[in-house]
Design a protein. Structure first.
Length: 456
């Protein structure tokens, strides 16, 4: 598919702000209604945008303003929103069956078989999927199953990690905003440093952050008197997402694999955000050659409809008693039909979306580095999972202050570009568009972002 064809899968006029105020009058009324009627515990409630229609990477609000979405709904719309093939799959499936409970049904069975085919080595062809609705519950399931399989109770997770907001998944998640006032969470979680080289707490003169962080987990797992003596699993994001878009070198996961093998702990890779092609391979763990014991997926595997789950080695899954974890809505036939279509598009030999994610990601990183802006501390990423770490001062690395971030966010939004920040100091801007983003729209949006930086 050429650029013109990709462009045709978007509203033609993005970015375009037509309302004389921003947000416009209809959006302002909807935001006020939402504030009175819906919980703001959700993440996106405070963003002054109301989405009314979406096509590809473009979004319209009720006032007719059109945005380019560089966030893909936080990594969800890998193949672009309302892709004609997805819409057709929904139409067809909705005419024959949508809800089937969690008994066997044609689409979920096909999807489980397809997932087995596309898994990374170690799981491919010999794995079992347990479906859930969203990422948080996929992680809840992974923790529960890891405990049942190993007969152990502790979990090692990482500083900066985000795995969800429920009792077990929130225990793994380290963000203060998600934890404050909600504890105690599930016990038995030990947090270790993630190899975030830009802000690593230890001296990296003689060893890389990846070596130090990997060896530390080995020390925890395989040394007496660390109190990590009953660890069921190490749960890790192969590329850290909410913690700041941090792509470690392959050595980190390789060291974790060795440490887990020595201790008998399972290695669980959380691919909810970095999976489904985003990093240029179907699964981010594949950049390291490591074979995981379990893999959690979500976001991009569902796209326009919710779809998530945990995949386990078959021999491990055999230890989980039948009927011990029912789930009413999981693998709804509509979701399964959409997920099968998404996978088909991701694997389409003409579209080459994974290669596109890799190539366009490289090009975008180089372009952003060329901004020569005093606020850009570091540009990093893998494929179309790019983080731009913004700082007040490149020498001290002081994170960009909240008021500057607010100014930047307002600028980009009111000029028709949607971006979502992340990071431990909310100072990392993400570039994570649909893998189908036309080059023209990607670079138009990056130019708006660059102009926004100039206003700081
Ligand atoms: C790595 C990772 N795991 C789990 C989750 C939780 O997913 P959900 O929001 O679908 O519950 C997220 C969400 O951002 C995530 O990035």
């Amino acid at each position: 598919m050429n650029e013109k064809e990709l462009e045709s899968l978007n509203f033609p006029d993005a970015p375009k702000i037509v309302s004389s105020t921003f947000p416009g009058p209809k959006a302002a009324a909807a935001l006020a209604l939402s504030a009175r009627t819906e919980s703001m515990a959700r993440g996106g409630g405070r963003m002054p945008v109301v989405m009314d229609q979406a096509f590809g990477v473009t979004v319209r609000d009720p006032d007719g303003n059109t945005f380019i979405d560089l966030s893909a709904g936080v990594g969800v719309s890998s193949v672009g929103r309302c892709h004609p093939k997805v819409v057709e799959a929904i139409r067809k499936q909705s005419e024959i069956m949508m809800h089937a409970m969690d008994i066997n049904s044609s689409r979920r069975t096909q999807l489980a078989a397809k997932i087995s085919e596309i898994m990374p080595e170690g799981l491919r062809g010999d794995c079992i999927t347990y479906f859930t609705q969203g990422g948080s519950d996929a992680l809840e399931a992974a923790v529960k199953f890891a405990k049942r399989i190993t007969g152990r109770h502790q979990i090692i997770a990482f500083h900066g990690g985000y795995h969800g907001v429920w009792h077990a998944s929130n225990a793994l998640t380290t963000g203060t905003a998600y934890r404050n006032g909600y504890s105690p969470f599930m016990g038995g979680v030990i947090h270790a440093p993630y190899p975030y080289a830009y802000r690593f707490p230890f001296d990296t003169t003689h060893k890389s952050a990846e070596q130090i962080a990997g060896e530390y987990v080995d020390y925890l797992l395989n040394t007496p008197y660390t109190a990590a003596d009953d660890v069921a699993a190490v749960i890790v994001e192969p590329v850290q997402g909410e913690g700041g878009y941090v792509p470690p070198s392959p050595e980190f996961l390789q060291l974790l694999r060795k440490a887990c093998d020595k201790s008998g702990a399972l290695l669980v890779v959380d691919e909810v955000q970095c999976g489904a092609g985003r990093t240029g391979k179907m699964w981010a763990v594949e950049h390291s050659g490591v074979k995981p014991d379990m893999l959690t997926f979500g976001k991009g595997m569902g796209g326009d409809v919710p779809m998530a789950g945990v995949v386990m080695r078959s021999d491990l899954a055999a230890k989980i008693p039948d009927g011990s974890a029912p789930n009413t809505f999981a693998a709804n036939s509509l979701s399964a039909a959409v997920s099968l279509t998404n996978i088909e598009l991701l694997q389409d030999p003409e579209l080459k979306l994974l290669q596109r994610a890799h190539d366009l990601g490289q090009e975008a990183q180089d372009y952003i580095r060329g901004f020569d802006c005093p606020f850009v501390g570091e540009v990093r990423g893998r494929g179309l999972m790019i983080g731009i770490e913004l700082v007040e001062d490149k020498a001290t690395r002081e994170p960009l202050r909240g008021e500057n971030l607010g100014k930047l966010m307002n600028y980009v939004l009111s000029h028709g570009v949607m971006m979502v920040p992340c990071g431990r100091y909310t100072n990392v801007m993400r570039v994570m568009p649909s893998l189908t983003i036309p080059r023209s729209l990607l670079f138009k949006a990056l130019d708006v972002f660059r102009d926004g930086l100039k206003t700081l």
